[in-house]
Design a protein around this ligand. Structure first.
Ligand code: GDG
Length: 730
């Protein structure tokens, strides 16, 4: 079985000083319990920051590392200042608010990016030091989004999974981050990227398209020659543990005592880290509204709000705490009576037993974050109710709402409606409470944390079992092909233009050849026994203007027109009927008008609609619409539809790049280079002895593959030099 290396910002271990000695203890959190099993199995490791240990001496560090090693934990040491800039400065002051849609919490100057990069680099280095071939690496959360890429750079064939515990926001919000491209590239180093919900996955996919121009296909994205899978894995809890704890006599007694202490009041409970994402302010205001609307509830209901201290050094959290405590005071003053304190506010950590007793004592549990990746508290409440009673009021904006549909769902921003939902929850008949709770419990027990870890790791195993995409050709393979080209008495080069000899430009007319390319093509044409052809989808005029003075064959409009080397006359392979062309033009122009940023290009034998500059998502949508429309329309016509790289083209049937191959001398070695779907026609038409070379990451039938235009040019340049091997091409 493969060894599992878990990587998270914090180790699941607490270090503390006792009488001058460092104590090391396991901590409980959701991730720690959930991954304890997989961590124990095999001889896996857990790699992470051991927490703020001050600046330890080298000897003390070695001592701590040895004690951690007994627990299979590996520390990543970060200097105290560096850790502060990285964790408090960047992770919690910049990434946290952006990913939770709270841009008003952002400092004007987003500081700490360099520390974030350095800390991520440090984590990746430690992982790489411990990595053995075959290991599975599972990286967690927003603090470590660059680790997959950095680790991939150090260990190219590592098997890397990543899981995001917080929401992935809409691209409209994500793209406010100045380092947005780098973050996405960091994540794409992984083989599998997991999210809590399908909607975060959807946001991520659309962000990839909008920010990096990469379009995911179904559940996968192609990145160079690699494939990255995307999927949703809603995290669960250790439901059995919470349920058992809730039935312990001590906990049952504590729950009863809490109820007795409530003086006959119904108990509404909130438990959260003190964080501005958890919706505590609006929750309190909804409670105020409840009392105002239903005065009969005065002295009959109480809100217990546990706020657990969190990120106390971060400025926004200090301010939030002051604001919240002011509000609790104001509301208790305004609503309370001499016999009744409506809001019981507790600011401290509680033990597991206290927590579960609170869950058990509550009539209504209010989990109303304004945004939350999942929210485990909601699931814990359900698990802690073996009595099948209690009502869960849950925010639509918590990831948990995607699963816990039997809760009373609320929009926490709608304060009046939330107040009404509280009233409804308090009045819910027992039968309905039971029916809802039973169903919730089934779900929380079936999809628990073990299920989560297992399903993620199974998917990661599968994703990394075999490379699904053709990798770039190895230097030895290229050397072999180069050798054959050098030895050939007659060599014919068929070269696609855009995406093969020059990179794509936003406007077709901007992709003119540079001096180096003209020199390269000229040089190849002069090479003994060599004939060069540029085979493009472009119109004759453009090819003539850009390449017309070179002694090479030119083929325009995907082979409709050809002009032999040194000849000025173009020969056509077909004729487009006028009435059809007018109809096509009408349709294409309509799409261009309704899709901003697109344009129609008219050639003699074809019409093309380019959508490279359109809104990426809308462009793809419109393109598929246009394709469907054309496919139906052209069934009985002399035209056919071609789907290219951000272009849809209608051309005369029977015209193809492949037609050119049939006219070549049979004793020549034919080598074709292309990047586009249309070039596959060329590859398919090559004689058996021919060599097809695909440029770029798209799937292709070509047995040889180069990463980019740069590599393609290097291969051709090597032909001009004797005896140079591909291993030295760069
Ligand atoms: C992030 C995402 C996502 C808290 N205080 C005490 C205590 N806790 C325990 C709770 C619960 C956990 O901490 C909090 O988990 P949440 O899911 O509610 O929220 P975050 O801490 O924000 O966690 C979140 C999660 O990652 C997992 O992916 O769900 O959306 O933000 O388990 O019980 N437990 C005890 N005393 C406390 O004082 N015993």
């Amino acid at each position: 079985m493969s060894r599992l290396l878990i990587v998270s910002n914090r180790l699941p271990i607490t270090l503390s000083q006792k009488e001058g000695r460092l104590e090391v203890a396991r901590s409980a959190g959701g991730l720690a319990t959930g991954l304890a099993g997989p961590h124990e199995r095999g001889d896996g490791l857990w790699i992470g920051w051991p927490g703020d240990t001050g600046d330890l001496s080298a000897a003390k560090r070695a001592d701590v590392a040895a004690r951690l090693a007994e627990m299979r934990a590996v520390p990543v040491w970060l200097g105290a200042d560096e850790a502060k800039r990285f964790y408090e400065g960047f992770c919690n002051s910049v990434l946290w608010p952006v990913f939770h849609y709270l841009l008003d919490q952002l400092p004007i100057h987003m500081q700490g990016w360099a520390s974030y990069e350095r800390a991520n680099r440090r984590f990746a280095d430690v992982v790489a030091e411990h990595h053995r071939p075959g290991d599975i690496v599972w990286v967690h959360d927003y603090q470590l989004m660059l680790v997959p890429q950095y680790l991939r750079e150090r260990v190219p064939d590592a098997r890397i999974g990543y899981f995001l515990h917080i929401p992935f926001p809409s691209s409209e919000v994500f793209r406010t981050l100045p380092f947005r491209e780098k973050i996405l590239e960091g994540l794409l180093g992984a083989d599998l990227i997991g999210f809590h919900t399908p909607s975060y996955l959807r946001h991520f996919a659309s962000t990839l398209l909008r920010v990096l121009g990469i379009s995911p296909e179904g559940d996968r994205v192609r990145v160079g020659a690699r494939e990255v899978r995307l999927d949703a894995f809603p995290m669960g809890i250790d439901a059995e543990r919470f349920s058992t704890l809730a039935d312990q006599p001590g906990v049952v007694a504590e729950a009863e005592s809490l109820r007795a202490g409530a003086d006959g009041c119904a108990v509404i409970l909130g438990v959260d880290r003190l964080d501005y994402t958890k919706g505590i302010t609006r929750r309190l205001l909804s409670f105020e509204e409840l009392i105002k609307r239903y005065p009969q509830l005065r002295e009959r209901v109480r809100l217990i709000q546990v706020a657990v201290p969190s990120r106390t050094d971060v400025q926004a959290y200090k301010g939030f705490r002051r604001e919240l405590e002011g509000l609790v005071g104001r509301l208790n003053g305004a609503l309370g009576t001499p016999r009744w304190v409506p809001i019981n506010y507790v600011y401290r950590n509680v033990s597991d037993e206290e927590l579960v007793a609170l869950y058990r004592a509550a009539d209504v549990m209010v989990v109303t974050p304004v945004r939350d990746g999942m929210n485990l508290v909601a699931k814990e409440f359900v698990a802690a109710r073996p009595d099948e009673d209690g009502v869960l009021v849950l925010s639509e904006f918590a990831g948990a709402a995607a699963e816990l549909r039997e809760a009373l769902l609320v929009n926490p921003f709608a304060i009046d409606q939330t107040a009404e939902t509280y009233a409804r929850a308090l009045a819910l008949p027992q039968e309905e409470r039971r029916a809802r709770m039973r169903s919730l419990r089934r779900r929380v027990f079936s999809f628990d944390v073990d299920w989560w870890a297992r399903s993620y790791l199974d998917a990661l195993e599968e994703a990394t079992a075999a490379p699904a995409f053709q990798p770039e050709s190895r230097p030895e393979e290229l050397d072999l092909a180069l050798g054959r080209m050098r030895d050939a008495k007659r060599l014919v080069l068929l070269l696609d233009y855009d995406g093969t000899l020059v990179p794509y430009a936003p406007l077709p007319e901007l992709a003119s050849p540079d001096a180096a390319l003209l020199e390269l093509l000229g040089g190849l044409a002069k090479r003994p026994g060599t004939t060069v052809h540029v085979v493009s989808g472009r119109p004759r005029e453009t090819l003539e203007r850009w390449l017309g003075t070179l002694p090479i064959g030119l083929h325009a409009e995907h082979g409709l027109w050809s002009r032999a080397a040194g000849v000025s006359e173009w020969i056509a392979r077909g004729d487009a009927p006028v009435e059809w062309r007018d109809r096509m033009r009408g349709i294409f122009e309509q799409f261009a008008v309704h899709t901003p940023g697109t344009l129609v290009e008219e050639k003699t034998g074809s019409i093309a609609w380019h959508y490279r500059m359109a809104d990426p998502e809308y462009g793809v949508q419109q393109a598929s619409e246009l394709r469907l429309h054309l496919a139906a329309l052209l069934r009985q016509s002399p035209f056919e539809v071609l789907v290219g790289e951000k272009v849809i083209e209608v051309r005369l049937r029977g015209v193809s790049k492949g037609a050119i191959v049939r006219e070549l001398p049979s004793d020549a070695l034919v080598v074709a280079l292309g990047d586009d779907r249309i070039d596959e026609e060329l590859f398919a038409a090559l004689p058996e002895s021919g060599i097809a070379v695909h440029v770029g990451p798209a799937p292709s039938r070509a047995p040889l593959r180069l990463a980019s235009v740069l590599e393609a040019r290097r291969l051709l340049e090597a032909l001009l030099r004797r005896a140079e091997t591909a291993s030295r091409l760069g």
